[in-house]
Design a protein around this ligand. Structure first.
Ligand code: AMP
Length: 209
C-alpha cells in the first residue's frame, strides 16, 4: 500500500508513522528526516536545506523532490510517505512519480501543538519521538541512544512552521478531497487511541477496494 501521512507539525505524524510502519511492514519515508540526514552529512542538499529549516520555511521544491524521487525508487511495493507533498506543486509532481492509495490527514487542536513540539525529544539513531512530560530520562528505549531536541522545535520557529502549514500545505487537503482518497483522522487523544482510528481507516479502505 502507498500511504500519505498529513497533518500540521506536532500532530503526531512521526509517532504514528513508526506504529504504521511496524504493523503494516511499510518503509517510512520522511522528507524531514532525509533532509536532516543530509544536513548531518553536510551534503549539497543539506547545505541548501539548512537555511530554510532553521527559519521554519520550506526547502526548495526541486531539492526535496529530487531527493524523494531517489527514495521512492527503493520502495516500489509500498511505503508510508510523511512530510511530502507540502505544496500544491509538490502534490502535482508526486502524481508523476507515484500514486498514493490513501492519504491520512491527522487533525489536531492547534492549541496543543506548540506545547507538544517544544517538549519533544527525538532519538538521533532510530528517529523515535518522546515527550519530556511522559519520558523522564533522556535515553531512547529502542537503542539506548541519548535523545536530542530538534533545532527547529523552538516556540518561535514552530509558530512560523504552523503558518507555513496553513498557507502552503493546507490547500493540498482540498486537492486530495477532490480526488476522494483522503481520510480525516482525529489526532486528539493518546497515541493508541489515534492509532486505532488509523487502523480502522486503513481497514475500511482495504474493504472497499
Ligand atoms: P518535518 O520533519 O516533516 O517536520 O520537516 C522539517 C522541515 O524540513 C520542514 O519545516 C521543512 O523546512 C523541511 N521539509 C520537510 N519536508 C519538506 C517538503 N516536502 N518540502 C519542503 N521542505 C520540507
Amino acid at each position: 500500500m502507498k500511504i500519505g501521512l498529513f497533518g500540521p507539525p506536532g500532530a503526531g505524524k512521526g509517532t504514528q508513522a513508526e506504529k504504521i510502519s511496524t504493523k503494516y511492514g511499510l518503509p517510512h519515508i520522511s522528507t524531514g528526516a532525509l533532509l536532516r540526514k543530509n544536513i548531518e552529512e553536510k551534503t549539497q542538499v543539506g547545505l541548501v536545506a539548512l537555511e530554510f529549516i532553521e527559519r521554519g520555511k520550506l526547502a526548495p521544491d526541486d531539492v526535496v523532490t529530487q531527493m524523494l524521487a531517489e527514495e521512492l525508487k527503493k520502495c516500489p511495493d509500498g511505503f508510508l510517505l510523511d512530510g511530502y507533498p507540502r505544496t500544491l506543486a509538490q502534490a502535482q509532481t508526486l502524481e508523476g512519480l507515484t500514486k498514493l492509495d490513501i492519504v491520512l490527514n491527522i487533525e489536531i487542536d492547534p492549541e496543543l501543538v506548540v506545547d507538544r513540539i517544544v517538549n519533544r525529544m527525538v532519538c538521533p539513531v532510530c528517529g523515535k519521538n518522546y515527550s519530556k512530560r511522559l519520558h523522564s530520562s533522556d535515553i531512547c528505549d529502542n537503542d539506548g541512544a541519548k535523545l536530542t531536541c530538534r533545532s527547529d522545535d523552538t516556540e518561535e520557529i514552530v509558530k512560523e512552521r504552523l503558518e507555513v502549514y496553513e498557507k502552503q500545505t493546507m490547500p493540498i487537503i482540498a486537492y486530495y478531497k477532490a480526488k476522494g482518497n483522503i481520510v480525516d483522522i482525529d489526532g486528539n487523544g493518546n497515541v493508541d487511541e489515534v492509532f486505532a482510528r488509523i487502523e480502522k481507516a486503513l481497514y475500511d479502505h482495504d474493504k472497499n477496494r
